[in-house]
Design a protein around this ligand. Structure first.
Ligand code: FAS
Ligand code: PHB
Length: 391
């Protein structure tokens, strides 16, 4: 097969890039390791930044989101024995977030690819990248016992943290930055009405979070030790821990019930620089990871795709490579801003096992500043809604 761009990974990054490139008449193929059903079975993000929601609308992908999603004015923070705080993005930025699950977005993307007869190859095994330092790279993969080869001009590595793309860049050409957190998020999905707000709750036993997917689907999380497994947490044990970490007046409004999904996500901050090596460009989790505390992971994947698609369109339509040459630097500016806010919110809202009393006093002072300073409230809202996309 010959194409212009070979996209590795059929998650949000890869599918969105494929959709936009096809809309611009740029041939591409997506190679996805798993089945479509497996990809759609993943439970992940739940909140879109205003910029990400608008980008989906701009590319004809916003109809179901605007019908089924819910615009939110901000996110609440509750704090054991302290007043509540509201990250009021509507007040300070004039924009709203969109509560719309990643699973829905991926469903919408697959539906659009199928409607438009996009080239998406699922169950593509043993994907390998070749000659990425030349202008004529190619990708090989196995499917149904046959070996396939895709000749292309560029490769987009959209294959997530555990993918093959980043590893194809020689270690001598990669700079990696990482923070691994000493806890995970145990998340459950329950078919009950959610709270109206997204809520992060700080408690001495560990952080808790209330989220939502639709009027009859709630998502909740609690901070757990890295050594725990979902099997350690019966539904009863989960609900007891979660309700204890919320103030009584909020806990009594939570609709508990049997979990239909239960999993533990490890928390990590990670960036691999640069996001380009020769004809290979990384986008999304392939290049970076943030802890879910700031709801930035999926949103960063979307902004990477925004920068990469405009660079590829400029190359193929205008023979202009300036945006391609700037892609890594431009994307990394927004990536590090998201890494920063995600790290700070993770430090603020979690109990870190080996901290000393000084750290806890700083944490409490950071929260008290949010309660008392409009400048601090404005700054947090500006970062939480997501920095504007670079022009
Ligand atoms: P993805 O990992 O979604 O997709 C990569 C795709 O590439 C996958 O389908 C994979 O099967 C495929 N692939 C991998 N290796 C391959 C290979 N060698 N060949 C071919 N295909 C290959 N973000 C938030 O904003 N909020 C959250 O609450 C949140 N919760 C999360 C919970 C978990 C458990 C995880 C893992 C992530 C969470 N995230 C969250 C972040 C998440 O939403 C990612 O940012 C988002 O999926 C990024 O999308 P992609 O870059 O497309 O990567
Ligand atoms: C979610 O909806 O699952 C969610 C929302 C915001 C976060 C993390 C997770 O920061």
């Amino acid at each position: 097969m010959r194409t212009k761009v070979c996209i590795i990974g059929g998650g949000p990054s890869g599918l969105l890039l494929s959709h936009i490139l096809d809309a611009n008449g740029i041939d591409n193929v997506v190679l996805e390791r798993q089945s479509k059903d497996h990809v759609l079975s993943r439970i992940r993000a739940g909140v879109l930044e205003a910029g990400a929601a608008q980008l989906l609308r701009d590319h004809g992908l916003g109809e179901r989101m605007d019908r089924e999603g819910k615009a939110k004015d901000g996110t609440r923070i509750l704090w054991q024995d302290r007043p509540d705080f509201f990250i009021d993005v509507k007040k300070w930025t004039g924009q709203q977030m969109m509560a719309y699950g990643q699973t829905n977005i991926t469903e919408d993307l697959y539906a659009a690819r199928e409607r438009d007869c996009g080239a998406v190859v699922c169950d593509a095994k043993d994907v390998a990248l070749h000659d990425i330092e030349t202008d004529a790279p190619h990708v090989t993969y196995q499917k149904n016992g046959q070996r396939h080869r895709v000749h292309c001009r560029f490769i987009a590595g959209c294959d997530g943290f555990h993918g093959a793309s980043r590893q194809a860049i020689p270690a001598t050409h990669r700079r990696e930055y990482e923070r691994i957190y000493p806890f995970g998020w145990l998340g459950i999905m329950v078919e009950k009405p959610p709270l109206d707000d997204f809520i992060y709750a700080y408690h001495e036993d560990g952080m808790a979070m209330a989220a939502q997917r639709n009027p009859m689907l709630s998502r909740y999380y609690i901070q757990v030790p890295l050594s725990d497994t979902p099997e350690d947490w019966s539904d009863d044990r989960f609900w007891e821990a979660l309700l204890h970490r919320f103030p009584v007046d909020v806990a009594k409004t939570i609709h508990t019930g049997p979990s239909i999904e239960k999993s533990i996500a490890p928390l990590r901050s990670f960036v691999s620089e640069p996001m380009r090596h020769g004809s290979l460009f990384l986008a999304g989790d392939a290049g970076h990871i943030v802890p879910p505390t700031g709801a930035k992971g999926l949103n960063l994947a979307i902004s990477d795709v925004y920068y990469l698609q405009r660079a590829l369109v400029a190359h193929f339509k205008d023979a202009n490579d300036a945006l391609l040459d700037d892609y890594s630097g431009t994307a990394l500016m927004r990536i590090w801003a998201a890494e920063n806010i995600s790290w700070r919110l993770t430090k603020l809202l979690h109990v870190f096992p080996d901290e000393d009393p000084f750290d806890q006093k700083i944490r409490e002072n950071d929260y008290d500043l949010l309660l008392t300073s409009e400048a601090a409230q404005h700054a947090l809202a500006y970062e939480y809604i997501g920095l504007p996309y670079a022009t």
